[in-house]
Design a binder for this molecule. Structure first.
Ligand code: TYD
Ligand code: MG
Length: 455
């Protein structure tokens, strides 16, 4: 009898190797390889059920039937908005987040509250009774919401044929199991095979599918990043489990923009949409302090508002101290030299401390202007005007340089309730200033920024 072949998979990127490796050549992570038995595929679960609808044929692009974009509302406005205006038929959506953040709650409340939509909520983590208990807390309004505690994909597909839901929710992809792959649930090959099957199901039946996925500590969807490539939409649940506010961010969206975020508040009866997020996130700015500036930086493709705090004080020792947390010290020194030269600031006898709050490490040069303004604000002891933020790089001669994805940054700032944003005047081409409910202040030189803020 032929021996079963075994292969080694990197759990973090899905790289395949015939032998064990300590360091993944693809994603460079250490000790991430696990052995999995590879059995030549039986028909996949989706094929086994024999419900394949159509066989794809090559078609001329201009002959492809145009479809009216028919998104359906999920009943949750924030959720619809991050999807780009509702759920697209046949889309595969991945909702990732750390354990306990509220993924199951969010999806169950969409399932249980969206009136009249036929939903199948499959859970491999909770029993029907437990789901019912949670649903009672949230409030059941939908009389077409089915729940199923099942992990076997073939059986799930059989039920799908009977129920024919308008939305399928799978909680979570890591618990699913298909018989066509012989490894334990949660392993890379299981996750990949199950996702591929669900993808085929979604595309062929036109049923939107939401997959819930757990995230590892370093922020990756547990195990395979490959999932992110396969699905249409990746939503990330962020926020601190210990805080009431939760953020859902769209990381990838084939049918909409990734600039959107949704903010929820965890309450006794589920997640509540937060209508005015600026009040939530900026509440501590009611009383302005000097030395604080907000910048918009990109993390991957996502805009993020960060807070730089600077303290400028008279040096006690002969050599002034320069210290920074979360920001490159050499870059800080360079910016200080620019300030000294351009704004006539005598920093030679001053200690300068810089801190990026929240433990974030900033690499995006768009934080430059915010850092400079925080230092100037602390030096002058004048707070930066309320609800002001920054997004620009600063060059050696004090010129304000444009940064990438400025529209996305502006959209995020406007969405978070900021009232003015200082950007480079050189990056204004093609920018529709009136599109956003925020005052866009273009500046060319650092001196202009200084006079704008401090007069
Ligand atoms: P859960 O949605 O199960 O998180 P995940 O599926 O991402 O692991 O859990 C969310 C947390 O929220 C849980 O600790 C209990 C709490 N919670 C509330 O505070 N109010 C509620 O109405 C519900 C349903 C949960
Ligand atoms: Mg859960």
């Amino acid at each position: 009898m032929a021996k079963d072949k075994t292969v080694f998979f990197c759990q973090s990127c899905g790289y395949q190797s015939p032998k064990w490796l300590g360091n993944c050549p693809s994603c460079n992570s250490w000790n991430s390889f696990v052995e999995e038995r590879q059995v030549k595929a039986k028909a996949s679960s989706w094929q086994q059920t024999g419900t394949r609808v159509s066989q794809a044929k090559p078609v001329l692009l201009q002959e492809v039937k145009q479809q009216q974009e028919s998104r359906s509302g999920s009943g949750d406005q924030e959720f619809d908005r991050i999807l780009g205006g509702g759920i697209v038929p046949g889309s595969l959506i991945l909702l990732g987040g750390e354990p306990g953040i509220g993924k199951s709650t969010l999806m169950l409340q969409i399932a249980a509250r969206s009136n009249g939509m036929r939903v199948l909520y499959v859970s491999g983590e909770e029993s029907e009774q437990q789901i019912r208990m949670r649903a009672d807390r949230i409030g059941i309004k939908n009389d077409q919401c089915f729940v199923l505690a099942e992990t076997n994909l073939t059986r799930i597909f059989q039920h799908l044929g009977d129920i024919q839901p308008a939305l399928l929710v799978v909680d979570s992809i890591q618990t699913l199991q298909t018989e066509s792959v012989e490894s334990s649930p949660g392993s890379v090959s299981q996750i990949r095979e199950c996702t591929a099957d669900l993808l085929r199901f979604a595309k062929e039946s036109g049923t939107p599918v939401v997959l819930i996925g757990h995230i590892t500590k370093d922020g990756q969807i547990a195990g395979p990043k490959i999932l992110e490539h396969m699905v249409d939409v990746v939503l990330q649940f962020e926020g601190d489990r210990n805080h009431v506010y939760r953020l859902v961010r769209s990381v990838k969206n084939r049918f909409g923009s990734t600039a959107e975020i949704a903010i929820y508040q965890m309450q006794g009866e589920g997640l509540q949409e937060v209508e005015n997020p600026s009040q939530v996130l900026l509440s501590h700015f009611d009383e302005p302090f000097s030395g604080i500036a907000i910048s918009s930086v990109m993390e991957g493709v996502r805009p993020l508002m960060i807070e730089s705090q600077a303290l400028v004080s008279t040096a006690v020792y002969g050599t002034p101290q320069r210290s920074s947390t979360g920001f490159d010290l050499r870059r800080l020194n360079m910016l200080l030299a620019v300030i000294e030269k351009r704004c006539g600031f005598r920093l030679g006898q001053k200690d300068v401390f810089l801190n990026i709050t929240g433990g974030i490490k900033v690499e995006d040069p768009a934080a430059d202007l915010g850092v400079i303004c925080a230092i100037l604000s602390s030096g002058e002891d004048i707070p930066i005007p309320d609800k002001t933020c920054f997004a620009a790089e600063v060059g050696l001669s004090g010129e304000i340089r444009p940064v990438s994805r400025i529209e996305q940054r502006i959209a995020e700032a406007a969405r978070l309730g900021y009232q003015q944003i200082l950007v480079s005047a050189y990056g204004m081409k093609g920018l529709q200033k009136d599109k956003y409910p925020i005052r866009i202040i273009p500046i060319k030189k650092i001196e202009e920024g200084f006079t704008t803020l401090f007069g």
